[in-house]
Design a protein around this ligand. Sequence first.
Ligand code: SAM
Length: 253
Amino acid sequence: MNREQISRIAHADHPIKSPLDDASVGRLLNRSLSRGDARVLDLGCGTGEWLLRALATRPHLLAEGVDISGGALEDARRAANDRGVADRLVLHHREADGFVSAQPFDLVLSVGSSHAFGGLLPTLAAARRHLAPGGRVLIGEGFWSRTPSPEAVEMLGDFADLATTVDRVVADGWTPIHGHVSTRHELDEYEWACWGSLASWALDHPEDPNGKEALSMATIRRTEWLRVYRETWGFLSLVLRRTPREWQDLGCY
Ligand SMILES: C[S@@+](CC[C@H](N)C(=O)[O-])C[C@H]1O[C@@H](n2cnc3c(N)ncnc32)[C@H](O)[C@@H]1O
């Protein structure tokens, strides 16, 4: 099975590919979107679920998404048609890092996609290049809630602790105007949804040549979560505005 097939099955019951429940997603969008006719860009949009929800509730919003996964973008396109918002959504099948747009955006989103840019600060630098004056950024990023094992770092990447993560963002010239730390329930719900959906699909398709591989993958990934990173990995979402340069220079931060 390829990554796209696995991801499509694993996220069937959790279309937001990050450990956030529907209420948190709605709240983060509300805090991020200061106007109903905003232009919104999602870097690493996956199946476009953030954009689709924003478009469905704000009839004057315009959205663009960028992702390297052709399969995820096809799903996004299909869902946009089903939800009647396709005329206000543009999808770009390409590397997020090299994406350029003639017009800036009022909101730049990048949730769970910082690996596309090589980390949190390069993601914020990319977001900044696309941001209209006064615009906002909604970023979602992992952090270590306790000291991780070397195996966890190897598996998930080189994150910082929560306070250091926020300090780095602030030192980079951003002011958080809202934040959300995923709850234990959201973190668990996400992992159970992914690996449970994959396992369930395997059991529903005993004759499928991919069935055995899917069950084995679900078992491995569930075990890695429970044994390697469940106790140490957290997820932070931040809504950011630029800090005025003269206030950055005052050393307030
Ligand atoms: C964890 S998913 C998050 C998707 C979406 N932001 C969400 O929260 O539902 C990460 C996404 O980043 C995309 N991605 C990874 N590397 C990328 C790159 N270099 N350029 C664009 N997208 C990339 C993947 O295809 C995937 O859709």
